[in-house]
Each structure stands twice: as C-alpha cells, then as structure tokens.
Write a protein that binds this ligand. Structure first.
Ligand code: NAD
Length: 286
C-alpha cells in the first residue's frame, strides 16, 4: 500500500461515496482503552463474562458494573484531534474542499458518542447550520438503557452517573479486577414502564449490529472506504472495507500498526490517528 498523501488526496478528489469506518483506536487518545493491544480493556477482564448475552445471563450485576465503569471513563473524556478531523469530513462545507463531489457516511463501532460530540461542537464553533453526514453507531450507545422485556419498547439515553445509586463507586473495584458481585439484582436499573430489568443499549458479541442491512448497502455503493483505529477482528465491521474493494473501490487505513486491513489497503497511514489524520487533512481544514 501507498503512504503518499498527494495520491490519497487525488483519490479523495475523485470520490463520490465515502464510507468511514471507525473503531476503538479513534478514542484511544481521549483516554478510553481499546479492546485489544496495550492497555486494552480485555487484558484485565474476560470478554465472555462482560460483553456477551451469556455473560449477562450469568451475572447482570457484574455486567452493569463494567458498563458503569465505562460510562465513568467516557464522562471524563473529550473528543481528540482525530475526532475533530473526522467531524469536519462529515460537514459538507469542509469536506467539499478536498472531495468536492462526495457524499459521506460514518459507521462507528464505538459506543462512546465522542464522534457525534465532535461534529456538534464543530458545527457550533464554525457557525455551520447545514446538515452533516449521518453517524451510524452500529454497536449502540453507552449511555442508552433498554428494557429486557420482549414486549416493552423502553429505550432511553441516560447520562446520570451512577445510573442507579447501588452502582456508585463500583468502578474502583473493577479497576483492580473483577470481584464477586456487589449489587443485588433488585438494585440494578429497572424499566420505568414495565418494571423489568434494563440492560445497556449496546451490541454484545454474538448479537446483531444496528442497521446492518443499510451499512452493507453503503459498502456496496462506496468508492472509497477510510478505516480508522480498528483491529478488523470483529465481524461484520471487519468485512466492510473488503466489500468496498470487491466492487473496485479503494481502501485507506489509519492504524497505529499493521492490522488485518493492511494487506487489502491501497493507502496505509501508520501511527497514531490523532496525528496522521491531521497530517493528511489538517492544512485544508484549519
Ligand atoms: P480493538 O480494540 O479491537 O482495536 C483497536 C485498534 O485501534 C487496533 O488495531 C490498534 O492498533 C488501533 N489503535 C490503537 N490506538 C490507536 C491510535 N491512537 N491511532 C490509530 N489506531 C490505534 O477495537 P475495535 O476494532 O473497535 O473492536 C471492536 C469492538 O470494540 C467494538 O465492538 C467496539 O464497540 C468496541 N470498543 C469500543 C470502544 C469505544 O467506544 N471507544 C472502546 C473499546 C472497545
């Protein structure tokens, strides 16, 4: 793959449908641990116990404590320079400077909402009122809570922390590793409509991502796929860039290191995305 910025900019000039796929590496510089790699969340905790339907069935208290811990981390975090570059790509006024004929969609695996926040802030700070590109949050949102009863529609964003009094402080225990559950099921968040137990509004391993049909259609239409900060191990997100390649589109990868995507990439920009994205887009956007 090429690491030529002028060649990548030439590809952007020609592109009509851009798909940007992002993962946990995008938020690493905001202090949010990735799933894998140095400091990755799963180094300390067992993924099958914390982010799978089976883990939930076994111990809802432990899963809620983990998501409370992640909510606490994200509440303290802010978007980093990589989010702001991608936010500008989402705003036509900025994007048309480098890709004048393009439409763009963001598909993110991140549940932290930081990309959305960066777009909102950028629109306010630059006085832009026009519509920005959609951000499809395929793995849900960390601050949403959802009722587990099949016949109940309750699904709401809740930014309170702790989300229920019993969870307050449990992140300190998680920081030292999992211990026995501390919170009684009755004290976990319950649905205000039907009284059943609520779960985090996120997609767990083995569950179907939100809006997957739409996302696959986008990959079939895109002529350029920009992949940022994902290990390309989690399906189906990992297949999106291959789908773009399959019909002749091009793929640009931004990652700290070589990943599964590196081989299929036409462009590969190795290093921290909060720097590399700035180098590639910065001058035009500043
Ligand atoms: P992952 O942890 O598997 O991979 C992270 C990737 O980012 C790695 O390839 C790593 O080399 C790269 N990376 C790390 N720091 C980087 C940086 N500064 N610049 C560029 N690249 C960097 O994450 P993933 O591929 O997104 O895994 C998918 C799952 O992780 C998803 O289900 C997602 O919901 C979940 N996740 C989300 C968050 C979040 O919302 N911020 C955090 C952790 C995990």
């Amino acid at each position: 793959p090429s690491d030529s910025i002028p060649d990548f900019r030439a590809a952007l000039l020609e592109s009509k449908q851009i798909l940007v796929v992002t993962g946990a590496g995008l938020s690493a510089a905001s202090g949010i641990p990735t799933f894998r790699g140095d400091g990755g969340l799963w180094r300390n905790y067992d993924v099958t116990a914390l982010a799978t339907p089976g883990g939930w069935a076994e111990n809802q208290s432990r899963v809620w404590q983990f998501y409370h811990y992640r909510r606490e981390l994200v509440l303290k975090a802010s978007p980093n320079p990589a989010h702001y570059v991608l936010a500008k790509l989402a705003i036509p006024d900025f994007r048309y400077k480098i890709a004048p004929h393009s439409k763009l969609t963001h598909v993110t695996q991140n549940i932290d909402g930081l990309l959305r926040k960066a777009v909102d802030e950028t629109k306010v700070s630059s006085g832009v009122s026009e519509e920005s590109s959609e951000i499809v949050e395929m793995h849900g949102r960390l601050f949403d809570i959802v009722c587990t009863a099949h016949d109940c529609e309750y699904h709401e964003a809740k930014f309170d922390s702790p989300i229920c009094p019993a969870l307050g402080g449990t992140e300190k225990i998680l920081a030292d590793g999992i211990t026995e559950p501390l919170v009684r099921r009755a004290d976990l968040p319950h649905c205000p409509l039907c009284g059943q137990l609520c779960r985090p509004g996120v997609v767990w391993f083995g569950e179907r991502p939100y809006r997957i049909k739409e996302i696959l259609d986008l990959a079939d239409e895109a002529d350029l796929c920009i992949v940022v900060g994902t290990s390309a191990l989690v399906q189906p997100a990992s297949k999106l860039s291959q789908r773009v390649k399959d019909h002749g589109g091009r793929v640009a990868v931004f990652n700290l290191e070589q990943s599964n995507h590196s081989e299929e990439a036409d462009f590969l920009f190795l290093g921290p995305c909060e720097q590399r994205l700035g180098e590639v887009f910065g001058e035009t956007f500043s």
